[in-house]
Design a protein around this ligand. Structure first.
Ligand code: KG4
Ligand code: ZN
Length: 341
């Protein structure tokens, strides 16, 4: 089955053509991240307008690349359209993908599968890999919008174990980077600055690390970094960046491994933009008693490939009249995915 996956939940406009949920035939991505770097964060209105400019050229390019011919001959090669219709995401951005997918589905007469972005991220672990993850699995999805630990017993069979009580891991990177005067998005900036920092100079708190449950809290890190900078304006920013990265990576990997042990699963899957972080990947791999699946960095951040892959393994098309953009992930899961809770 060949699926066109469309993703527009935030500041990336992405489209991919994926065969049988695992083989990427093409992927195209236009990002407005540079514009948001200038403003120090995303302005939703700007992101949505950029989505509108990019959506059709991005889809067209993905089709042309996948099938190597002109667009008018291509639509017969597509079996299904998958689109991000559930959060986390910005409503204005998400609407662009959703309404485009509905229109194309209607005009081309193709089934449409609405995908919850949060769950889509997990499927980066099934793409272009020689070894598919084995169930049951623990999945840790760490993005700008979510920090979620999930027990996955099979496709479509998942249970939320815990999540963040305040900031997501991505927000913790983004907000502390801002305090350190580093450019948006904060994750890659902190990782880069940390390369020249000494992690042993400043010890930051590890909130909820040993709380015994699977919840996270990252807002305290902001306060600690802010206090550090105010107390000592000469503080070495690279050292502080290294300590921020270490604190986040430590808590995330410790809790994921605790869940692996408690539920005696066969594999640990990491997903979401923060999974691109090298130190987090390293620490998790060192600590896990079971194989860790970590997608390549370009599949961790938003793309159309994991949306198409999710749709293949969780094939529930809906009539276009029933598909609406639902930016809240938990609401969207209730409507579009039947997690077993
Ligand atoms: O999954 P994603 O691309 O978008 C959302 O769905 O939110 O995640 C974006 C988040 C941002 O907070 C960004 O700072 C973070 O992922 N991120 C990283 C790295 N690359 C992206 N965080 C830490 N280290 C990285 N290398
Ligand atoms: Zn995402």
């Amino acid at each position: 089955m060949i699926i066109l996956g469309i993703e527009t939940s935030c500041d990336e406009t992405a489209a991919s053509v994926v065969e049988n949920g695992t083989k990427v035939l093409s992927h195209v991505l236009a990002s407005s991240a540079d514009m948001h770097t200038k403003t120090g964060g995303i302005i939703p209105e700007v992101a949505a307008r950029e989505q509108l400019k990019s959506i059709l050229p991005v889809i067209e390019e993905a089709l042309v690349k996948a099938f190597d011919s002109h667009i008018s001959h291509l639509t017969s090669n597509i079996d299904t359209i998958a689109v991000t219709a559930g959060g986390p995401g910005l409503i204005g951005s998400m609407l662009v993908g959703v309404e485009t997918a509905k229109t194309l589905g209607w005009v081309w007469n193709k089934p449409i599968v609405p995908v919850v972005h949060l769950l889509g991220h997990m499927y980066a672990n099934w793409i272009d890999t020689n070894t598919a993850p084995t169930f049951p699995a623990i999945v840790l999805t760490v993005s700008g919008g979510h920090t979620e630990l999930i027990l996955m017993k099979g496709h479509g069979n998942f249970q939320m174990l815990g999540g963040t009580r305040d900031d997501s891991a991505g927000e913790a990177f983004d907000k502390t980077a801002r305090l350190l005067g580093l450019p948006y998005p904060g994750g890659p900036s902190i990782q880069k600055a940390a390369e020249n920092g000494d992690v042993s100079k400043i010890i930051l708190p590890r909130p909820l690390k040993d709380s015994g449950d699977f919840d996270f809290s990252f807002s305290g890190l902001k306060t600690a970094v802010n206090r550090g900078v105010q107390k000592n304006p000469q503080i070495n920013k690279n050292d502080l960046a290294a300590s921020v990265q270490e604190a986040i990576a430590d808590v995330l990997s410790a809790k994921a491994v605790a869940a692996v042990r408690k539920y005696r699963v066969k594999s640990l899957l990491i997903a979401g933009g923060v999974a691109a972080n090298a130190r987090f990947r390293e620490l998790t791999t060192q600590r896990s008693p079971v194989p860790v699946f970590i997608p390549p960095a370009e599949l961790c951040t938003d793309n159309g490939s994991f949306i198409a892959s999710y749709a293949y393994f969780n094939y529930h098309p809906r009539p276009w009249q029933e598909i609406v953009a639902i930016p809240d992930a938990n609401e969207a899961i209730k409507v579009y995915a039947k997690g077993k809770n």
